[in-house]
Design a protein around this ligand. Structure first.
Ligand code: FE
Ligand code: ZN
Ligand code: FE
Length: 187
C-alpha cells in the first residue's frame, strides 16, 4: 500500500532550492513574514471576541507589536536585498484556522476566553519556534543586525505568551464555571 501525504501533494509553489544556509535563512524569514501578516488580519477578531477586558487589551497590544515585527522584517529584507514575498506559512494558516473555530463557539464567555487563550498560545509558541530557528541561522552566519531585530521580536512573543498565562490564571480560569469548590468534585 502506498501512502500519500496530503500536505506534500502540491509543491508547485515551492521554487527555491536550498544550496546555502543563506537561502534557508531567507526562506525562513519569508515564512515568518507570511505568518505575521496572517496574524495581523486575525488579531482584530480576537480583540473583538475576547470577553475579559485584560485579554482583549493584551490582543490590542500584541497587534501593535505585530505591526512592529512586520516592519522589522521589512528592514531585514531591505538589508539583505531580497523580497518579503515567499510561500504562505502553512503552519500559521492551520493554527489560525483552529483559532477561527474557537471564536465561533457558543457557550460560557469565560470558558470561551480560556479556549481563546489556548488558541493564542499556539500562535505565540509557533512564532517562538520560528524566530528561535531563524536566530540560530542568522547567528551562525554572523548577521548581527538581523539577529538583533529577530531577538527583539522573539522577546515580544515570549512576553505575549507569559501575559496570556497570567491573564488566564488570574482573570479567566479562577472565575470560569467548572472550578471545584471546597468539598465538591469538579465537573
Ligand atoms: Fe509575531
Ligand atoms: Zn511557517
Ligand atoms: Fe505573536
Amino acid at each position: 500500500m502506498t501512502m500519500t501525504l496530503p500536505l506534500f501533494a502540491s509543491f508547485e509553489d515551492i521554487t527555491m532550492s536550498y544550496d546555502t544556509l543563506h537561502d534557508l535563512l531567507i526562506a525562513e524569514l519569508q515564512d515568518i513574514h507570511s505568518a505575521e501578516t496572517q496574524l495581523l488580519a486575525a488579531l482584530p477578531l480576537m480583540v473583538k471576541h475576547a470577553t475579559t477586558t485584560e485579554l482583549s487589551e493584551a490582543f490590542t497590544t500584541h497587534l501593535a507589536d505585530t505591526r512592529q515585527q512586520v516592519d522589522r522584517l521589512v528592514k531585514i529584507f531591505t538589508t539583505l536585498g531580497v523580497t518579503p514575498k515567499g510561500d504562505t506559512c502553512k503552519g500559521m494558516q492551520g493554527v489560525l484556522a483552529e483559532a477561527a473555530e474557537t471564536l465561533k463557539k457558543k457557550g460560557d464567555p469565560l470558558v470561551i476566553d480560556a479556549a481563546i487563550i489556548g488558541a493564542a498560545q499556539r500562535v505565540e509558541h509557533y512564532e517562538i519556534a520560528a524566530y528561535t530557528s531563524a536566530i540560530a541561522l542568522a547567528k551562525s552566519m554572523k548577521h548581527t543586525d538581523v539577529v538583533k531585530h529577530l531577538e527583539a521580536s522573539l522577546a515580544e512573543e515570549q512576553s505575549a505568551s507569559e501575559l496570556l498565562t497570567s491573564i488566564g490564571d488570574s482573570k479567566v480560569l479562577a472565575k470560569a464555571p467548572g472550578m471545584p469548590t471546597a468539598g465538591s468534585k469538579s465537573r
